[in-house]
Design a binder for this molecule. Structure first.
Ligand SMILES: [Cu+2]
Length: 198
């Protein structure tokens, strides 16, 4: 789902991360990927995290609810992927060339570490569209559950689309109130097609 549709870039939570950054100047922290690589913190949408040169890349990976994220160890050194408080992931060693995949069903922010290398940390941000009040509406939750159910039942590609304002747009087109939903559906389809053709 990641990348196929973006709900106007609104995420449930901003990336929240504590990076244990060490500096020669006391009290001055610099953003770093941590571990041995010392690279900058990277922040990308996707479902794959590379473990390379003692870094999780991207440091912050953004997915949508229901996505599975695969962590692949490209280093000769062994690493682990363990969520905060051991809530997910594993203490087990991920050897060179091995992968581990975890599914994130709920929206939220999921920091994790490698238990062997202090400072080697990353975060999975599972985003979801918010309603006009900035809340995750029950409507959105119902829609996402339906999407998951459809995915299980069919092989059809499923796109999710933000329909905010489409009823107002349909009303502005005029016509009777009986077919308002039909016109709103036409507006949604047109928005989707327009976005694809951009
Ligand atoms: Cu490690």
């Amino acid at each position: 789902m990641a990348g196929s549709s973006r709900h106007r870039g609104v995420f449930l939570a901003a990336a929240l991360m504590v990076v244990a950054a060490f500096s020669l100047v006391p009290g001055v922290a610099s953003a770093s990927g941590g571990g041995g690589c010392g690279g900058p913190v990277t922040d990308e949408a996707g479902t794959r995290v590379k473990i390379e040169s003692y870094c999780f890349t991207p440091t912050i990976v953004r997915v949508e609810p229901g996505d599975a994220v695969t962590f692949a160890n490209m280093d000769a050194a062994p690493h682990t992927v363990l969520g905060a408080n051991g809530a997910w992931g594993s203490y087990d060693v991920l050897k060179r060339g091995r992968e581990a995949t975890y599914t994130f069903a709920e929206a939220g922010v999921f920091p994790y570490v490698c238990t062997y290398h202090p400072g080697m940390v990353g975060t999975v941000v599972v985003g979801i569209a918010l309603d006009q009040e900035g809340e995750v509406g029950p409507q959105a939750r119902r829609a996402l559950r339906l999407v998951e159910a459809l995915k299980l039942e069919t092989n059809l590609p499923i796109e999710t689309w933000d329909e905010s304002g489409t009823t107002a747009a349909a009303r502005a087109m005029g016509g009777t109130s009986e077919n308002l939903d039909a016109r709103a559906a036409a507006v949604i389809l047109q928005e989707f097609l327009d976005a694809r053709n951009r």
